[in-house]
Design a protein around this ligand. Structure first.
Ligand code: NAD
Length: 454
């Protein structure tokens, strides 16, 4: 330890150019004081923050793209589309509609109370905490922030320590653009997040796994703080016989192997009905080649596994079926080839927990009844996908299953449609966001009644 000989009890000990980091309690107190002044409430402040966020994303896109490549090997095209472009879309949609969304909504007054008027106004909640995961470390930090700022809140953003380059870029760059009195980035892992969770927030928005989701919810309960939990799970893809398997395989592969399978709404496994499995497997192998070439390791378009722990977890699953394509890996490069496994038993480890990596098991089931039963025996998924031409099948899946989202013919893309709510149900989460749903999440719908006194 260094000692500064000249230090006196009154002098700053070991004067260094950098100030000591603010404690979690101090950050929240500071932001709450700013919120209490009313500075975050005017529409002009909200619009200015959203415009500043837009400038952050466009002016600093190079820095973010570099960080995303460092953390997850994301190609420029993929990172731009799924992180920067995605967030800009969400932001532009919000900016275009914000004034209209914030207009008080008139409500009918029953005859008995008339004359009177009633309306619903959206109140900001106060200071909100956003805890982001590593897999889309920019998008999943900033797109909830769009909603929090649009709703007029102060916000603490906690990026994931498992995407350290992106976390550092956010901590360094965001305060240069957004109002530092009302928006703070707190970096860190479990101890720092635990310290944050001890504070009283007015909403906690958490994206990540369900085990930590439970910790977040328990911490929030102490302050009666509402939570949004954006979790994951095994999202199935049902494939019926008779559909165009080339198109089906291409769309499944595109959704599955994006970000090397580390996408919350990635197809987790395929339920191939009847005789469709063998032909589908061959088409999936073709689709992988079309997307990433003969050697995905060298093409530059295919991502990497986030760290060795996840790499080891994933490679341990490779023996759970017959390898149709892929299976090769390189730990030093955190590379795991896009892999399709066939003849997978429903009891195999790969079918027990969310895969969250580039391994796609194909499970054969005899008919639609068996597929629906398979889905309903398990946790409610974040997304359910189906490839079918049958209106009856679509109706049955809509009515007989429960999932965060249901998409026919197009895995993953529903989350890029800002008029759709995005969120899970049951084990895949609670609450929803994107577009106007974000405004609902980050505001209180206040009932206002106004009856004349005479
Ligand atoms: P992660 O490890 O980055 O954790 C998420 C956040 O929780 C991080 O900020 C981390 O610091 C914090 N955290 C971790 N342990 C904690 C603890 N003990 N106490 C307090 N905070 C803690 O990400 P992850 O959980 O590995 O993310 C993957 C999971 O997230 C998958 O299940 C995936 O499906 C899900 N996910 C869901 C969505 C969605 O939008 N629904 C999006 C992405 C990922």
């Amino acid at each position: 330890m260094n000692h500064t000989p000249a230090a006196t009890p009154d002098a700053a000990p070991e004067a260094t150019p950098e100030a000591a980091p603010e404690t979690a309690a101090a950050t929240v107190t500071r932001l709450r004081a700013a919120f209490d002044t009313g500075r975050t409430k005017p529409l002009a402040w909200r619009q200015a923050q959203l415009a500043a966020l837009r400038s952050l994303l466009t002016e600093q896109s190079e820095a973010f793209l570099q960080a995303l490549h460092e953390d997850l090997g994301k190609s420029t095209a993929e990172a731009y589309r799924t992180e920067i472009g995605f967030t800009l879309n969400e932001l532009d949609h919000t900016v275009a509609h914000l004034e209209q969304w914030l207009r008080p909504k008139p409500a009918a007054v029953p005859e008995f109370f008339q004359p009177a008027a009633a309306r619903v106004v959206r109140d900001p909640l106060g200071v909100v905490l956003i805890i982001a995961p590593w897999n889309y470390p920019l998008q999943l930090a900033l797109s909830p922030l769009v909603g929090a700022l649009a709703a007029g809140n102060a916000a603490v953003l906690k990026p994931s320590e498992l995407a350290p380059a992106t976390s550092a870029a956010l901590a360094r760059l965001l305060p240069r653009y957004l109002d530092p009195a009302a928006v703070a980035v707190v970096e860190g892992a479990v101890p720092e997040t635990t310290a944050l969770l001890e504070q009283r927030f007015d909403h906690i928005f958490y994206t990540g796994n369900g085990a930590v989701g439970r910790i977040v919810m328990a911490a929030a309960a102490r302050h009666l703080t509402p939570v949004t939990l954006e979790l994951g799970g095994k999202s199935p893809v049902v494939v019926e016989p008779g559909v165009d398997l080339a198109v089906t395989a291409r769309r499944i592969a595109r959704g599955k192997f994006l970000n090397a399978g580390q996408t919350c709404v990635a197809p987790d496994y395929v339920l191939a009905i009847g005789e469709s499995a063998p032909a589908l497997e061959a088409h999936l192998a073709d689709a992988v080649r079309e997307l990433y070439g003969d050697d995905p390791a060298t093409g530059g378009e295919y991502g990497r596994i986030v760290n060795e722990r996840h790499f080891d977890r994933l490679t341990a699953l490779l023996g759970d079926g017959r390898t149709v394509t892929g299976g090769t890996h390189d730990r030093a490069d955190r590379y795991l080839a896009p892999t399709v496994l066939a003849d997978v038993s429903p009891e195999a480890p790969v079918m027990r927990a969310e895969i969250f990596g580039p391994i796609l098991p194909v499970v054969a089931v005899p008919d639609l009844d068996a597929a629906i039963a398979f889905i309903n025996e398990r946790d409610k998924p974040l997304a359910l996908y189906a490839f079918t031409e049958s209106a009856h099948t679509k109706q049955r899946l809509t009515e007989e299953t429960s999932s965060g989202a249901l998409s026919f013919g197009l895995p993953v893309s529903h989350l890029a449609m800002p008029e759709l709510p995005f969120g899970g149900v049951g084990e895949s989460g609670m609450g929803r966001y994107h577009g106007e749903y974000s405004l609902d999440t980050f505001s209180h719908a206040k009932a206002v009644v106004d009856k004349p006194l005479a």
